[in-house]
Design a protein around this ligand. Sequence first.
Ligand SMILES: [Zn+2]
Ligand SMILES: [Zn+2]
Length: 194
Amino acid sequence: MKTFEDVADFHGHVCPGLAIGYRVSLFVLRELGGRASDEELVAIVENNSCAVDAVQVVTGCTFGKGNLIFRDYGKQVFTFIKRPSGEGIRISVDWKSPEETDEEKRMWDQYRRGDRSEEVLKTVHNRKAKKINMILSAPDEELFKVMRGGMDLPEEAKIYPSFRCAVCDEKVMEPRARVKGGKIVCIPCLERNG
Ligand SMILES: [Zn+2]
Ligand SMILES: [Zn+2]
């Protein structure tokens, strides 16, 4: 099992978002049983925040393998589905961050205005560390709203033939190739030339 340190290593820093993603991932593995093995696990993430890096490391659902699907809805929602059964779980993050103290608000304001004094940095750092610790130790019920059941499986990642773009001569996979003036072009070339 991957640790929070493993996840931080991959992500490059520790932050509350990463902690949320880590908790989501642990929960999923516990609920759906193990990292993707014969039954493949597919993740559908509705944001591209820090949390998604934890999901990739812990669950084995990765962007490159095609079993991590990004839907750009700006929501803290993570759905995991097993292939081929379609058994799934939808996790909506519902954690309420504790109220900031007046002192913390003031310091955070100064930080946003570019103040990097030791006092400001210390408060911002402590606040972040406190949030991370709270997320890592909170009970599941305080973090998530969960729905279970059968889900529609997204289409499987496919391998497509590729064509050469008539403008830049680089290869482009078939579903992304476009035709312009009777020639096959890639999307960047199509957009660049209007
Ligand atoms: Zn982060
Ligand atoms: Zn091109």
